[in-house]
Design a protein around this ligand. Structure first.
Ligand code: ACM
Length: 264
């Protein structure tokens, strides 16, 4: 199966939802793909100082500005998109990402493992790890940023049949891009880490984001890794069905050889 996947990297501006949506729309001009992944909190920026600030950029997953723009783009471009945004649901704030398909379906993942001061502003995600069908039935598992340091996240998605892990991120620690090589390899899945770039300052708070967004094969090979600062979308063609084969040698299977009795 031939499937064109893309990773987007850019610098969102804090609190500027309209501007950020416009920037993503511009980046997508002329892009032909089946699935494109955008960073964590791509619509809002990251360095929040209060819950009120977070609330000011929060949206409903199905009726908000992000859903409206990307539903239109998904249909017009016949492409699935994954986008990180601030979700307001039942008066609670979540660090979420949505998968939007050309047929108009929207699926939501709420970040399970909150990082650092996110714990002050967001509810821990309650969606669990679910695998959704993107365009052409390709099985996609959504993770967000710090989920990477918990191998259970990628493993759960892989055990549920994910062929591609979409990993929207705002990375500030230096280890993730290398660690994702192991996540892809040990689970025999493709992974797309879409990270943001730039520095963000809000009062006395400041974060620097590491870029280096990447697409990895089921063997942990780097198909492409961006530099720290570029703002672009990189597209490559993969065969997602390769992720259905967990064979390592003729005697070994990454999932079949698991010794569940010893993992308790
Ligand atoms: C992170 O989870 N945004 C570091």
């Amino acid at each position: 199966m031939k499937y064109r996947v893309g990773v987007a990297q850019f610098q969102p501006n804090l609190f500027e939802v309209d501007e950020n949506l416009n920037k993503m729309n511009q980046l997508l001009k002329g892009i032909k793909a089946d699935l494109v992944v955008f960073p964590e909190l791509a619509t809002s920026g990251y360095v929040f100082g209060s819950k009120e600030e977070v609330r000011s950029v929060a949206e409903d997953a199905y009726t908000g500005k992000t859903a409206l723009l990307f539903s239109r783009l998904a249909k017009a471009n016949n492409c699935s998109y994954v986008v990180g945004f601030v979700e307001l649901n039942d008066d609670k704030l979540y660090n979420s990402s949505m998968l939007i398909n050309p047929d108009g379906k929207i699926f939501v993942y709420r970040k399970t493992h909150l990082f650092y001061e996110e714990k002050l502003f967001f509810e821990p995600g309650n969606s669990g790890f679910n695998v959704f069908e993107a365009k052409d039935g390709v099985k996609v598992g959504l993770m967000i940023c710090f989920d990477w340091i918990f191998p259970e996240a990628a493993r759960t998605l892989a055990l549920k049949g994910a062929q591609i892990i979409t990993h929207s991120a705002n990375l500030v620690l230096p280890w993730c891009q290398q660690a994702m090589i192991t996540r892809s390899l040990e689970n025999r899945i493709f992974s797309i880490t879409s990270n943001r770039t730039g520095e963000e300052i809000n009062g006395d708070k400041k974060q620097f984001f590491t870029g280096m967004s990447q697409i990895l094969t089921t063997k942990g090979e780097i198909i492409h890794r961006m530099n720290q600062t570029e703002e672009s979308i990189y597209i490559t063609e993969i065969d997602p069905t390769l992720a259905d084969d967990k064979t390592i040698t003729e005697y070994n299977d990454a999932f079949g050889d698991r010794r569940l009795d010893f993992y308790k």
